[in-house]
Design a protein around this ligand. Structure first.
Ligand code: FE2
Ligand code: FE2
Length: 300
């Protein structure tokens, strides 16, 4: 059995505005931080989160991006300091989020790659064989953008993804990791265009068209959810949620997912959602694996 922990949008931040930042998108991000985000993201909850992940001891630790908020060097130093040791203890695979590529400078100077000691290549998806008939693909759809938070997949990356998953058979399971959602579950309003992945439909189509069971992991929209795609019955989607983000429904943060997969079998993965309860301890809720198209095992 392979035990996977999925960590979503952690959004560490450092409040700072330097004169040269006034010319970049970062000033918008910093203003957003001062007035909104810092009240919602409870950074003091991080040590408890790390301790709880350690108590689970995953075989594989996955991160769907947005480790930082405005992609400053200082924020990446904070990520290295606070999360680096956790990432070093486990087999860790990370893809960046749009906030990790907040400005052209952070992208051009590869702050994310340097800090995380990972190599994410835009054109080439990351591929790993995890076990018997079990595969992992990571995609980077982030782009620095002056105004919006839109994502865009390089056409070459989409083509390469097709080349990886097309030969797979019904006995294969592939985990595809990308920061952006490909769709919202039934009953949820579609994502605003300015926040969405431009190529979401093409990506969904590519995954729906392969014979393998696909588990699509994403972040970006801060809501933990699991659901089966409305039209593609081979496509299950998990929205990671934001572990440190407080909301009315999650007053102590949105928690994270544990996914237990038996490689080489058709058995549904076992899913648990870990969240801090009112007493301050961690609670693990078993969540049913959605089996029918459009079925939502949502916890919000
Ligand atoms: Fe994001
Ligand atoms: Fe985010």
């Amino acid at each position: 059995m392979m035990r996977i922990v999925l960590l979503g949008d952690i959004h560490l931040y450092r409040l700072a505005i330097w004169p040269w930042d006034l010319l970049s998108k970062r000033v918008l991000g910093q203003m957003n931080l001062w007035f909104h985000r810092r009240h919602r993201f409870h950074i003091p909850g991080l040590p408890s989160l790390i301790e709880h992940v350690d108590s689970i001891g995953p075989d594989l630790l996955l991160g769907t991006g947005d480790l930082t908020t405005t992609a400053t060097r200082a924020e990446f130093r904070l990520v290295v300091e606070k999360l680096g040791p956790l990432f070093a203890r486990y087999d860790t695979v990370l893809v960046p989020g749009n906030h990790d590529r907040y400005t052209f400078t952070s992208t051009r100077r590869r702050y994310f790659e340097q800090a995380m000691n990972v190599d994410t290549v835009r054109h080439e998806p990351l591929y790993r064989r995890l076990g018997d008939h079990l595969h992992l693909v990571g995609l980077d759809a982030t782009r620095p953008n002056l105004i919006t938070d839109r994502g865009h997949l390089d056409p070459i990356a989409l083509m390469r993804l097709g080349e990886i998953i097309e030969p797979m058979t019904a006995s294969d399971r592939v985990i595809v990791m990308c920061h952006y959602p490909i769709a919202m579950p039934p009953g949820r309003a579609p994502e605003a265009k300015r926040h969405a992945l431009i190529d979401a439909a093409s990506l969904a189509e590519a995954m729906a068209g392969c014979a393998a069971q696909v588990l699509y992991l994403h972040g970006h929209v801060h809501e933990p959810q699991c659901w089966r795609h409305t039209e593609a019955d081979n496509l299950t989607i998990i929205n990671a949620g934001a572990p440190l983000m407080r909301s009315a429904y999650f007053p102590h943060g949105q928690g994270f997912w544990q996914i237990d997969i038996e490689p080489g079998t058709a058995a549904d993965p076992a899913l648990r959602h870990h969240v801090v309860d009112d007493a301050g301890g961690w609670r693990a809720d078993a969540v049913a694996w959605p089996r029918r198209c459009g079925e939502v095992s949502s916890i919000v």
